[in-house]
Write a protein that binds this ligand. Structure first.
Ligand SMILES: [Fe+2]
Ligand SMILES: [Fe+2]
Length: 338
């Protein structure tokens, strides 16, 4: 008969209850503590029986950039921000599919070891599942109020298959970037905006509360993966994967910007062709590149982490890949820099 014996090579953490935790474990532990403290329910805390009101703004102009189209009146600007706000929720649901699956996959590394890290990652995955459900609800609720014809045809599983086909280092870099920009958007643009839909604002307030912990787990896991990489050649390849992921995201943004501009133009009674239509399409693409790529790469916390993990040549390659997108900052910010 086989007997079960304790393995001496695996030391689950914490080894002895009450012992101080190793510093990395302590950081995972703090995310668990905060996650328990802020935990919320979709209906009880976020939606609370409310529905969207199209007289109110969804995505603030610091992200939607609708004011950069001077021929739109204020109602049209607000509607363009609502279209983008609907896409904003759909985009988070899209990326959370691959984020959850990757985190669950990586959590297995801790399954027979650091039980605290394991719990932190299982909680993160559970929260991303809840966020996806929340964003599906938001899509249905926005759809019930807004004119027919909106489309979001990007399949989350197709995107996940593309992203998860790249190296773990690159997927974690992208994940860290996304989760950091979600925090930055809330802090810089959503939290203080006047006249925002209270429901839209709450969705991203509650999302922000849980994402604050996710960023810490992303950084810990990205560092752990980076330490596993043994050669410059392997990291070169991972940087190439990150550049390919940014290219893939930009392809998604181009398709969705075209779809959203066409929907906006049709619902607002504009000619589908012509100078104004081209300008709308170009500002929506600029706004999406700002929201989903450029704002994240400008986050000091992301830049510090990335530049600490790659060498000067790899950083230069990333900079060159991003250069064609660097124009995509709000006009007010571009003026301030000039
Ligand atoms: Fe999330
Ligand atoms: Fe997250």
């Amino acid at each position: 008969m086989q007997t079960v014996t304790a393995s001496s090579s695996i030391q689950p953490t914490p080894a002895v209850p009450g012992d101080p935790l190793p510093p990395t474990t302590e950081r995972y532990a703090r995310t668990i503590e905060a996650s328990k403290r802020v935990r919320w329910d979709i209906d009880r805390d976020v939606i609370r029986g409310r529905s969207f009101d199209l007289d109110q703004q969804f995505l603030p102009d610091g992200l939607a950039l609708a004011s950069e189209l001077p021929f739109l009146d204020l109602d049209q600007q607000r509607f363009l921000g609502q279209v983008q706000g609907r896409t904003y929720a759909n985009m988070f649901a899209l990326v959370e599919r691959f984020i959850g699956v990757k985190m669950l996959e990586l959590s297995r590394d801790h399954g027979f070891g650091d039980q605290v890290a394991f719990e932190a990652m299982v909680r993160l995955t559970d929260e991303e599942l809840k966020h996806q459900e929340l964003f599906r609800r938001i899509e249905r609720m926005a759809g019930a109020q807004m004119p027919a014809g909106y489309r979001f045809d990007i399949a989350a599983n197709d995107v996940a298959a593309f992203v998860l086909g790249k190296s773990t280092w690159a997927v974690l870099a992208l994940t860290c970037d996304i989760e950091l920009f979600s925090l930055a958007h809330y802090r810089a643009s959503i939290d203080g905006a006047d006249g925002l839909s209270p429901l839209f604002k709450d969705v991203f307030l509650f999302h922000w509360k849980e994402e604050s912990q996710h960023v810490i787990v992303d950084e810990l896991e990205w560092r752990r993966e980076d330490a596993r990489i043994a050669s410059d050649a392997e990291r070169d390849e991972a940087v190439g994967d990150l550049i390919a992921l940014v290219g893939g995201i930009d392809g998604i943004l181009q398709a969705q910007a075209a779809a959203d501009a066409a929907y906006f133009l049709a619902a607002s009674g504009f000619e589908p062709e012509g100078e104004q239509a081209r300008e709308v399409a170009s500002v929506v693409l600029k706004a999406y590149r700002w929201q989903y790529i450029v704002s994240g790469t400008m986050e000091p916390r992301f830049l510090k982490m990335l530049s600490g993990l790659v060498n000067a040549d790899q950083m230069r390659r990333i900079g060159e890949a991003l250069a064609p997108l660097a124009y995509a900052v709000p006009a007010s910010m571009a003026r301030a820099v000039a």
